[in-house]
Every structure is written in C-alpha cells, then in structure tokens.
Write a protein that binds this ligand. Structure first.
Ligand code: GLY
Ligand code: MN
Ligand code: MN
Length: 470
C-alpha cells in the first residue's frame, strides 16, 4: 500500500492519543528573524507590525480571533490590540511592544492577558507599553525616525491613532511587508516540520472521509468527520472553509454550503485541510461516493491526476510557479483534445488565441470550447502561515509567480477540470463532473517533497481503501 495511513478499527474510533508533537518554534528563531528584519530596514527606521483587529459577530460576541501572520512570524504573540515595534536608530537594534494591559475584570470574561510584564518576560522585548500609550509612543519614535514602516488598512484602531502623528512628522512611508513577505517566502526547517505535521493530519482526515463516505450521507456529515480529525490531532481547526462538494456542487470552485445529500454515482470533491501551530495545509481529493469510479469519471480523473503528477515532477529550484502552471495546462490541453472536449486546433495557447480572434467572441458560449472554460484557476499558490501565502495575491504576485524558485519554498499543485452541467458545447457524458487533485509540496535541492502523500490519489488506492472500509 502506498498511502501513509492504513485503515484500522482504531481509526474508526479515533481518540486523542500521543502523537509525535512538533516542538513550538524556539524563541531564538523569532529573535533571529527580528534581527534580520531590522538589518533590512533603511538606516534610522522605525517599523510597526500590527496585530489583526478583533471582529464582532454580533453584540458582544466575536468571531474566533486569529493573530496577523506577520506578528506570528516575528514573535508568536497571540493577543489582539498589540503592535511589534522594531527600530535601528543609530544602528542600534531595538524591539518594543504595545500590548493590552492586565485587567482582572476583562480577564474573567475573555481569558488571560500577558500584559506588559508577560511581553517583556516571555516575548523578549526590551520595553513594553499598554495600548492606551500608543499615541505617545508613536509621537516619541516618529520624531526621531527618518523612515517609517507601517501598513495602513490592516487595523483601523491603530490607523486612526497613527495617521495624525505620521502627518505631523511627515516621515517617508514604507510597507513592512516588503521585508516580512520576502522572508516568509522561503521556509526554515522548523516551519517545514510544522507544515509536514499539518499536511499529515489533513491527509489522515481525507482517508477518514473516504472510509466513511456513502450515498445518502449529507455533505456536512463528511465535513464533521474531517474536522473532527483536525481537532483530535491537535490542529487549531480548518485553515480555510472546508469545501465538501458532491456531484455538480464541485463545479463551484469555493462551494461552501456543504448542505446537499450525496448521490450514488456522483463524485465527491473535498478541499479541506487544517492549520497546525499557525501553519496551513491545503488538500483536495476527489473520489466516487459509492467507492467505484465510472468510466467517464475515470477519464477525467486520470487526466487531472496526470497533470498533477507532471507538474510535481517538473517543480524544482530554477523553475517558476508560472512554468509549473504551464506544465499542468499542457497536459490537460493535450488530454482534452484526445477526449474530444477541445478541438485539435486548440493545441497551444497561441493557436487558441488565433481561433478566438477569428471567431471574434472571446468568452461567449457560442465560441469554441477553450481550456479556460474547464480549467479556470491557477495550478499553484504559495503556502505557509496563510493558505494563500505571501506572494500569491497583491502587487508582488506577478514577480513571485515568475521568479525562479529556490529550495524550501512551499506551494500547492492543484489542477482541476470542471464541466458545467448546462454547457451544451461539452460532451454530454462529462457534464456535471468536477475534479480537483491538490497536493502541498516544498522545493528541495533538486526537486520537491510532497507533504500530502498520506492522502491516496491513485484511483486503485482510493477504491481499495473505500472497499476495505465497507
Ligand atoms: N482551498 C483553497 C485553495 O485550494 O486554494
Ligand atoms: Mn489551494
Ligand atoms: Mn484547496
């Protein structure tokens, strides 16, 4: 057997048990990151790294709090209303923090606060201030700074206090993410250990989903089984909203209702994975609800699998994510021509563009089918503290997609094919089929390591696992 988890009675009654728990990231790693950050700033700079705001759900009830990934990356400080302050005045590195004050009344309701003392003792800052001192601290520091690193738009509470002081001193403004995001693109060993753990828990959850799935179940029941594994294995929860999409629901790329009944003969697409110690995983598997692929499902599935494997085999240092996408797209394009979904004239992007120009109705359903009609997303995004990690979206994403990779960069490989049930141009037998196969990989010296191999993807392995569970 190829996959990492073998069905046992024990797993069906999953219990929290001693598993290999990856250590917390040691304090000296955060100190090293902050030192590097400070060295990368222009001379006589001050940087403010903001926590995420709390988000009200209703009245006095909040959505679960998640610290901003840059604060996690530079300190692991978990509380809201906090700011990391890094400076290099006169070449001297300094680390200060702004935190919530200790408050017995508030702590009774919402839990322990580290306060100024905790920030200094446990998070190794030289000085700490309470959040009500923020304006005063900012004024003091900005009066000395030649360069200021601050990102507006992330936390309104701090923006309102910061903006008047910044205008008063009119220091230049830089985005701290130009430094933190560059750093976060390449993972350290300790980060990769956490990502392996996240991926391994998620892979186990996908195995459980294959084992329990049967016609008649609700999508949310399968979701519950998956998320139960996340929590039982010590993950903090899903890294993003779990997608459990039976049949045609898989055509919606970010389907989130998870409320339909699973039908015999349909495929089930599950895009779900956990966050472990702040690090995301991201897995999609697609398998038959009744445990056996039909012939036409298998034709599409095997093509997506071939694209997934070809892209993974192609990914290595020196290659860009754009090239990985082109490799996967090339495999899909060729296979779709063979299956009669695309015309033979669609054998390259250039030829496809010529045909479209000629037909003059780009994107209109009366034009011939093009690859984008059935594969409308990218093959990869970066992965790390965020599921769509730094470099995936925003101004630097074009650079990040075309840059040659170096070792220890983590990303997904997730080709898919989606056949709109109402698109009469597509072969009838494929309409309503949606398949995506998504793995998490990390570049090594010469190729890449697949973190998610614990979740089977060969159709025979999937069918075998599902047959044993029945
Ligand atoms: N789970 C979202 C994605 O695959 O990008
Ligand atoms: Mn993904
Ligand atoms: Mn995904």
């Amino acid at each position: 057997m190829q996959w990492g988890y073998i069905l046992t009675k024990k797993r069906m009654t999953l219990k929290a048990e001693a598993i290999h728990v990856v250590e917390e990231i040691p304090a000296k790693i955060f100190a090293k990151r902050r030192k590097y950050f400070i060295e990368e700033m222009l001379p006589d700079s001050i940087a403010f790294i903001l926590s995420n705001p709390e988000c009200i759900r209703s009245n006095d009830t909040d959505f679960p709090y998640r610290q901003s990934s840059d604060v996690l990356y530079l300190s692991s400080f978990p509380e809201p209303q906090s700011v990391l302050i890094l400076s290099n005045f006169d070449g001297k590195p300094e680390f200060k923090m702004v935190v919530r004050p200790k408050d017995r009344q508030r702590e009774i309701w919402t839990g322990h606060r580290l306060g100024v003392e905790g920030a200094i003792e446990k998070f190794a800052c030289q000085e700490a201030y309470t959040v009500d001192q923020f304006t005063q601290v900012v004024n003091n520091l900005l009066s000395k700074a030649k360069n200021v690193y601050y990102k507006f738009g992330q936390n309104e509470e701090f923006d309102e206090l910061f903006e008047p002081a910044w205008k008063k001193y009119s220091s230049s403004l830089h985005n701290p993410e130009t430094i933190t995001h560059e750093m976060r693109m390449v993972k350290e060993k300790v980060e990769l250990d956490l990502m392996r753990q996240a991926a391994s828990i998620s892979a186990e959850a996908h195995c459980v989903a294959m084992e329990v799935c049967k016609a008649g179940m609700m999508e949310y029941e399968v979701q519950a089984e998956i998320e139960r594994v996340f929590m039982m294995r010590g993950a903090s929860g899903p890294a993003y909203g779990s997608i459990v999409a039976g049949g045609e629901n898989a055509i919606c790329l970010h389907y989130s209702e998870n409320s339909a009944r699973l039908q015999n003969g349909d495929l089930l697409l599950i895009d779900a994975a956990c966050e472990y110690r702040g690090y995301a995983s991201d897995i999609t598997r697609t398998f038959p609800v009744n445990g056996k692929f039909s012939e036409e499902q298998l034709e599409i599935y095997n093509l997506v699998l071939a694209a997934n494997k070809a892209a993974i085999a192609f990914a290595k240092p020196g290659v860009s994510l754009k090239q990985v996408h082109e490799r996967a797209s090339g495999v899909l394009r060729e296979g779709l021509i063979q299956l009669g979904v695309l015309g033979p004239e669609m054998d390259s992007v250039e030829n496809e563009e010529k045909v479209l120009k000629h037909s003059g109705k780009n994107g209109n359903k009366s034009t011939p089918v093009i690859l984008r009609d059935v594969f409308m997303h990218g093959t990869s995004h970066w992965l790390g503290l965020d599921v769509h990690d730094v470099g995936t979206i925003g101004t630097r994403s074009t650079h990040a997609k075309t840059m040659p990779m170096v070792p220890n960069m983590a990303f997904t490989v997730e080709p898919g094919l989606y056949f709109d049930p109402d698109d009469k141009r597509l072969p009838k037998k494929y309409r309503g089929i949606g398949v995506r196969i998504e793995d998490d990989v990390v570049t090594t010296a010469k190729g890449c390591e697949v973190l998610t191999s614990g979740a089977p993807k060969e159709p025979e392995e999937i069918e075998e696992l599902m047959a044993i569970a029945r």
